[in-house]
Write a protein that binds this ligand. Structure first.
Ligand code: NBP
Length: 482
């Protein structure tokens, strides 16, 4: 039996769990109890890292004995039923006051359910978003823990010690209670989908508009990365485009099958936004663009659909590329504005006190969407924590002012040349929708009242009204239904 010498434990030692355990063990003051359902992964981890301060456990009982009180365990197993199975086993050996952290990619509603059930036993349950993949887990992830204030007292110092550091600050904050951490991680992933789609559209327009090779476009992205678009995703885009396939000598991007995969968090973000009534059209377009790309059988039968599209004629390559850059930046601001809108709506719906500026801060390091530009978001919320629309903050207004002409030009170019740019164009449509003084929603209200007596409100007096619709206009009248 191990002694109670570990201050933290990890259950689940596949790639994420073992890297997180190594990260924890590498920080001063941490001794890490490790446990995996099948023994082989524990043995492998210990053999590969004899230097690490690990206390191996080969049963849940041993694991509990190895931990100091309050026992703190991070679960890193496959999301879904495996997480429930591990929680159940831990509850058999843990005591009130102990802390169970789920670092898997759980759906936030599952986290809310689990937190409620576990709380009844006196044990604390924390759902924690972990971003940054394998490398982040090992070297410093962006961490988004939810859960109770009580558990944050114990967890805070440990998580701060392993998180990525951006501009001297650890990329972790107590996001909010119960499912808040997993909710924010979900939206993070949705924003990531939109960011990637926008970059892909920019690449496609430049390639088809200018005939530049992938390696030449890599130089464009590398240049962009030195300016206001500086981010991890722009940086790796240059690397991916520069890569040559060893087997064929072709650019690797031309050898890769053009069907984008997805693990589902983009879809969760969009489904949740629909439930909350929050338009995240950029994230939705990005998610749908991935699914369109992967419907090969539909694409195969649609190639001959009629089109009057004309090849894009670019007169000045430098001007065109600058237009695309500005369109990308303008659309990216819309996608982030929508994502933060969803977090605000989620916080209101589920009663979480989420500091939006802090969320932008903890995404500056460790995660896929890390970018210079997140500082601008933090600044915007520092000035006005209740900002109703992120992109109405002065910095973003200035970018949109500067990008207007380019953004519209690029959307027109994509439409006339038949180069699909769904995220660019839907971002612009959202932007114009929000700014519009009057929307055709009035007509929709009329239609709804016509076929379903759903009533409408008038611009000139309070109340709800229903018109007695008829072919004979003399019979049309409005009445206050109240
Ligand atoms: P996997 O998602 O591949 O899960 C494998 C682990 O789950 C193994 O340790 C396995 O134990 C354990 N497990 C299963 Br499956 N069923 C179990 C059960 N009933 N009881 C106990 N253990 C069980 O591992 P991963 O890729 O390291 O990811 C771990 C978590 O982190 C997931 O929720 C994932 O979504 C999340 N995540 C992953 C990334 C990433 O980039 N990969 C990033 C962020 C978050 P065994 O060895 O006995 O089969």
């Amino acid at each position: 039996m191990p002694e109670a010498i570990a201050n933290i434990g990890v259950v689940g030692l596949a790639v994420m769990g073992s890297n997180l355990a190594r990260n924890l063990a590498s920080r001063e003051g941490n001794t890490v109890a490790v446990f995996n359902r099948s023994r082989s992964k524990t043995d492998e981890l210990l053999a590969a890292h004899p230097e690490a301060e690990f206390v191996p456990a080969f049963s849940y009982e041993e694991f509990a004995v190895a931990l100091q009180r309050p026992r703190t365990a991070v679960i890193m197993v496959k999301a879904g039923a495996p997480t429930d199975a591990v929680i159940e086993s831990l509850l058999e050996v843990f005591e009130p006051g102990d802390i169970i952290v789920d670092g898997g990619n759980a759906l936030f509603t599952d986290t809310i359910r689990r937190e409620k059930a576990v709380r009844e036993t006196g044990v604390n349950f924390v759902g924690m978003g972990v971003s940054g993949g394998e490398e982040g887990a090992l070297k410093g992830p962006s961490l988004m823990p939810g859960g109770s204030d009580e558990s944050w007292i114990t967890l805070g110092p440990i998580l701060r010690s392993i998180a990525a550091v951006a501009e001297g600050e650890p990329c972790v904050t107590h996001v909010g209670h119960d499912g808040a951490g997993h909710f924010v991680k979900m939206v993070h992933n949705g924003i990531e989908y939109a960011d990637m789609q926008l970059i892909a559209e920019a690449y496609d327009l430049i390639r088809r508009g200018t005939g530049k090779t992938p390696a030449e476009i890599a130089d464009v992205f590398a240049e962009w990365n030195r300016g206001e678009l500086e981010s991890y995703l722009i940086e790796i885009t240059a690397e991916v485009l520069r890569q040559v396939d060893a087997e064929t000598g072709k650019p690797l991007v031309d050898v890769i099958v053009d069907e984008a995969g997805a693990k589902g968090t983009g879809a969760w973000t969009v489904q949740t936004a629909l439930n909350l009534g929050t338009p995240v059209s950029g994230i939705a377009e990005a998610t749908f663009a991935r699914s369109l790309s992967s419907h090969r059988e539909q694409r195969d039968v649609s190639g001959d659909l009629p089109s009057s599209a004309e090849p894009l004629r670019v007169e000045d390559v430098d001007v065109f590329i600058e237009n695309v850059r500005l369109a990308l930046y303008a659309s990216k601001i819309v996608a982030y504005s929508q994502g933060f809108d969803e977090i605000r709506a989620g916080a209101a719906e589920y009663g979480w006190d989420i500091n939006l500026g802090d969320i932008a801060k903890i995404w500056r390091g460790g995660c896929i969407i890390r970018a210079q530009f997140l500082n601008r978001i933090t600044e915007a919320y520092a000035v006005d924590p209740d900002l109703a629309v992120l992109m109405t903050a002065p910095y973003f207004v200035e970018v949109h002012e500067r990008a207007q002409g380019s953004w519209r030009r690029v959307v027109v170019d994509s439409a006339t040349s038949g180069i699909p740019a769904p995220a660019f164009s839907s971002s612009l449509a959202y932007y114009d929708g929000l700014r519009a003084e009057r929307l055709p929603a009035a007509l929709i209200q009329g239609q709804r009242d016509f076929f379903g007596a759903h009533t409408y409100r008038r611009i000139d007096k309070p109340g709800s009204f229903h018109t007695l619709w008829s072919g004979d206009r003399s019979e049309v009248e409005a009445e206050d239904t109240h």
